[in-house]
Ligand binder design. Sequence first.
Ligand code: DQQ
Length: 600
Amino acid sequence: MEIRRYKIPVAGLFLLCLITVVSRVQAGGYSASLEAARLVAEGKITVENNVSAPINNSRLGIPYRTGYHFQPKGYWMNDPNGPVYYKGYYHLFYQYNPFAAIPGTIEWHHAVSKDMIHWQYLGATLRRDQWYDANGVWSGSITFLDDGVPVILYTGNSVDNKQYQARADPADPSDPLLRNWIKASYNPIAETPPGYNTSQFRDPTEAWRLSDGVWRMLVGANYGDGGLIGTALLFKSTDFVTWNYSHRLHENPTTGMWECPDFFPVRVKGKKGLEPSAVGPHVLHVLKVSLDLNKHDYYSVGKYLLETDTYAPLNPAIDTGIGLRYDYGKYYASKTFFDHKTQRRILYGWTNESTSTMDDVAKGWAGLQSIPRVVWLDKRTSTNILQWPIKEVQKLRHGKITVKNVNLKAGEVARLMDVSGVQLDIEVAFKIPDVKQGATPPELLAESGPSVCSQKGASVKGMYGPFGLLVLATDDLKEQTAVYFYFVYSKKDGWKTLVCSDQSRSTVSTNLMVDKTTYGSYVRLYEDDKFLKLRLLVDHSVVETFAQGGRTVITSRVYPQDAQGKNAHVFLFNNGTEPVTVDTVEAWNMGAVKFVDYKH
Ligand code: DQQ
């Protein structure tokens, strides 16, 4: 395997430093709906409210459609809903606007798969056809009842924009594809309890049941001054028909509306998942919420206190909403499910575009689902989870290349000559630099951490780092997405390790308005860690990064113009003042998914 070395050109660095970051964060969900509604009202976007509206994937949007991530044929997709495994098929429902590449007229659509990689689209499952969901069939979950039949609980946004929880049942539970669903005649099954805002009451979780035989589900809400207290409301039912509000499972005073809560058990030891009602000494619980305020998914690990039916984080300093995130990039409204077939707990998350609403309309589509990830508790801390792409994705790997022992001097860039393309899976291991205690880094970094990624991109020289990979990069490096480690030093904490994804040079396109924020966070290192590891899933306009076996994860959206096909290269780089050694790189091209047609 050949590599070709370059010194990072001074002009290139200069350019890196001077580049203007167009940082225009495009929010997902609700605020994006407001933006879209405004553009429609101003006549800047026309929406044909017509079921036969043709899908229009424009030339602008085609290069950025993914090869192996789940996305509909066109238009707008957001949250994953009710993922389950049933009668030999993985089912994924999702929030979908069938009329335009903007949020708005949302309903549940459905796809099925044997492996969560190759999918068959089944179209609409739940449409906006009742008074309680006329303005949106919003997010929800699936629960298996005693007879093993799945039941949907979802939020209806009513004719007068009040939110209600509703139920739907399969028309024919013997159909493994679960093509048709019937909304319950007695809907809605839950209304906003007194004291809460009727338009901030949504996204029921999968239900679980304790030894008292009573079903429980959570609904996201907020209350208090300015709605700042985010909370998950606990409802109970003995028959899955009548649901009564009980109390708040948990809350946080500063986080605002909690969307899409997810509450699930994890084993104290081991990677196997657990079914939703599991409790006992071998179990801890994860409480995840999606913060409407900043569009990030936050979680904590804690104890489900059965006596009070409440939740307590193990470490209140990193309680849900103020501590850990599943993903430090574009990742929202996620949901897990327990895969009975393989005993895994699997996580899906919505990856929104980083282009503007107008660009999305011009592209003809918006929104992806992340590659499903297995999640389990990190037994070394008990306070965080680990995430790793499902092994099924490896079936798409081909044309493996391996590179060993590459020394990268300060300021060096090395191109991996046999790897190119926009569909890649790359694993790289760096030797951990022998960080000198007491050494003075070129610049003393701020005490506060992850924001260093956004303050200082891949071009800002440190001592140990930034070093890592450039993907979707042109030969002249004018286009590149940098994913890297960066050791930062603070007087308080000493050396700490960041992992970042820098999008500031990810496209030279002037046709698109792209949010190029650099993302990242700390990644924990242990004494016995031998390497610094990254795994990157590169797929046209998305780069999913897993650092140190899934301790920190970052998903980025990028829209390269020139780094396409064979002109999309991969480089190793070191922009620190100390040398680093790459122990191993393994890279594969990734095949594209096939759309299947299951006969039943
Ligand atoms: N998306 C849904 C809501 C949810 C939000 C509407 C999160 O149910 O709160 O499409 O992205």
